[in-house]
Design a protein around this ligand. Structure first.
Ligand code: ARG
Length: 623
């Protein structure tokens, strides 16, 4: 250990600094070292130590990214914060601290500027060491949490027998990314699709089927045998039946009444109706799985509203018995308004006056079941932001009635609308609701056109590659906006290879892959490489982007904000491309230098691909 008193600089100082550096680098297994700190924490720690050595509190050493990048890379304003407490001019404190930082191996510059700022530049060794630690750490140094949380994510939320439309895209894309980010951070995450499989749409389909095929065995109430295994309809028939039935019910009151009765019969267990419902569910879920697979969206649980049907009576009894629920105009409600409310929050309705359960009821019962079966620390709902009042009611009701543990948090991530270029909700050219399948087909087709116009590629490869790129275009176009904001779906912009787009990012990674491949083909080995000290500004900028990875991932997780990963990935790609354009990598004659660059490229690629993976897309081999 080397300690320097006051400003005293002894001749061995430099040597000691170097020795220490080597020791720390080699001794990666000690307690302190085995945990990989975030870059800024490491810098703060170092400045904090200097504050302590100078006789001040360590916490004053917090380092932030410089807001004057023309003067320095990082800064610490602790001397100003400490001035009052220590009754000393900030510049004096800063000078004392700077004196201790002279021997630091972390900073190459620690300069005091009036009235007491510490302007800091990081040493090249520090960056190099950090990058190599990242490269050899699991997840580039993202620490596993001391106590992983169990997080349930309620997303997707499609309705059985209704085709997926663009409104379902955002929940799937955002929810999937949030799930992957939380998992990357080391938490236990369960994604649940929460199917809408129990409502009036079921009764409508049954009603229409009965009208068309009254002789089906499902409608024979005296039938006691087994029901056929084969469904009496295909998915395309089903998708035609539902809108027809829904249209009729709006015009024909008797038809609607019958559909409601049939829903009631289904929910109360009429055998033939349950059997038909199972067919509707199976046919529809098979189709949904295919659609979600095309989007690289995967659910751990395929539970639906119907799964909690049986526990509703128990829940209702409990709410009544404990005095939480009371009758109001025939309906059963729980009051959820609070004194501090500035807007009116209506009571949460548990049962309608005819005794029927509602959307609320199934959501509350689902919370009850989730607590029983999984005891999550957190449930995050990724749903259209127009449902925010609804979720406010449900959450308050769940808390008040103690369906949810005090320590379990319920979070609502409401997303905005996907608009067309006219600024209105996205529609088909004919003005109808756009089916998700068609939207995906459109963007695939556009991508294929772009690919074929730029290069020669075999038809099959072109088609597969265009799907991979189109997915990045679609997802990045969505995720790069803050979830709660509306955004404009712009197919030309999203599929462009330039600018802040998915294809640009993929292109960057493909470029790196091709350099690495050529390096290997020329006899270079990709094993055991290490980043070297930077030799120019663009290389340094790239390195400075890379070191931020783990803190970006952490804040994206904490703030439930995939757009932060998008912004980081875009900055990283830009930093790489500037470096690439300024550097002749493969033709470099100094082999050691070249190997250092290859290590840097390889790390850049791995970090970028990890970002893409949590966003839910990936880069092809070539494009
Ligand atoms: N199926 C619902 C809809 O289409 C969305 C479900 C959202 N999740 C929930 N737990 N309510 O609006």
């Amino acid at each position: 250990m080397c300690f320097f008193q006051g400003g005293e600089r002894i001749a061995e100082a430099e040597e000691c600094r170097v020795n220490n550096f080597i020791k720390n680098t080699a001794n990666a297994e000690t307690e302190e070292q085995s945990k990989m700190k975030k870059f800024l924490d490491l810098l703060s720690n170092e400045v904090g130590k200097a504050f302590e050595q100078a006789g001040y509190e360590k916490e004053l050493g917090r380092v932030t990214i410089s807001n004057r990048p023309d003067l320095c890379e990082y800064q610490c304003n602790g001397a100003m914060a400490g001035a009052k407490k220590y009754k000393k001019a900030p510049v004096m404190i800063a000078n004392e601290v700077a004196e201790f930082l002279k021997s630091s191996e972390v900073f190459e510059k620690a300069e005091v500027v009036p009235p007491g700022f510490l302007n800091l530049n990081v040493s090249a060794e520090m960056i190099q060491k950090y990058l190599n630690d990242m490269a050899s750490s699991d997840k580039f140094g993202v620490e596993a949490p001391a106590q992983p949380k169990k997080i349930m994510i309620d997303y997707g939320g499609p309705n059985v027998a209704k085709p997926l439309h663009v409104g379902h895209l955002r929940s799937a894309v955002i929810g999937e990314s949030i799930k992957r980010i939380a998992r990357y951070m080391g938490h236990n995450v369960i994604g649940d699709i929460h199917l809408g499989d129990w409502g009036l749409q079921m009764g409508l389909i049954i009603t229409e089927l009965k009208l068309r095929q009254p002789d089906l065995v499902y409608f024979d109430e005296s039938y006691e045998g087994e029901y056929p295994e084969e469904a009496p309809f295909t998915i395309s028939e089903l998708e035609e039946i539902y809108p027809t039935a829904s249209g009729k019910s709006k015009e024909d009151a008797a038809y609607k009444e019958e559909a409601m009765q049939n829903t009631f019969k289904l929910q109360n267990g009429v055998r033939g109706y349950r059997a038909l419902w199972k067919h509707i569910l199976n046919v529809s879920v098979t189709d949904l799985k295919k659609n979600y697979e095309n989007l690289s969206v995967e659910f751990d649980l395929w539970k639906g509203e119907s799964d909690v049907h049986d526990v509703i009576p128990e829940m209702v009894d409990y709410m009544k018995k404990e005095g939480y629920a009371h009758e109001s105009e025939g309906a059963l409600v729980v009051d959820v308004k609070e004194e501090t409310d500035t807007k009116e929050i209506p009571p949460c309705m548990i049962l309608k006056s005819d005794g029927a359960a509602l959307y609320n009821t199934t959501d509350l019962a689902t919370i009850m079941v989730r607590m029983r079966e999984y005891k999550p620390d957190e449930i995050i709902y990724v749903v259209d932001k127009r449902q925010d009042l609804y979720f406010e009611q449900v959450f308050r009701c769940a808390r008040k009635t103690k369906l949810v543990d005090e320590n379990t948090s319920l979070k609502f991530l409401g997303f905005g609308t996907m608009n067309g270029k006219d600024g209105k909700p996205f529609k088909t050219r004919q003005g109808g609701v756009m089916r998700l399948e068609h939207l995906i087909a459109d963007i695939n087709e556009e991508m294929l056109k772009k690919i074929l116009s730029g290069r020669e590629m075999e038809a099959k490869e072109a088609e597969e590659t265009s799907k991979v790129i189109a997915l990045s275009a679609l997802k990045y176009g969505d995720l790069s906006n803050q979830a709660s904001k509306d955004y404009v779906f712009d197919i030309d912009r999203f599929t462009s290879f330039e600018g802040d787009t998915g294809p640009y990012l993929l292109y960057t990674v493909v470029r790196i892959k091709s350099i690495l491949k050529r390096y290997a083909e020329n006899g270079g080995s990709l094993e055991g490489l290490a980043c070297k000290n930077y030799s120019n500004t663009s290389e340094k900028n790239l390195m400075m982007q890379l070191v931020l990875f783990n803190s970006v991932m952490e804040s994206a997780y904490e703030e439930i904000a995939p757009h932060k990963i998008c912004a980081y990935l875009y900055d990283l790609a830009n930093a790489f491309n500037s470096f690439y354009h300024e550097t002749k990598i493969l033709s470099e004659e100094d082999e050691a230098k070249k190997a250092g660059w290859i290590a840097l490229l390889s790390l850049t690629k791995d970090v970028a691909e990890s970002c893409m993976d949590v966003l839910g897309f990936s880069a092809p081999e070539r494009m």
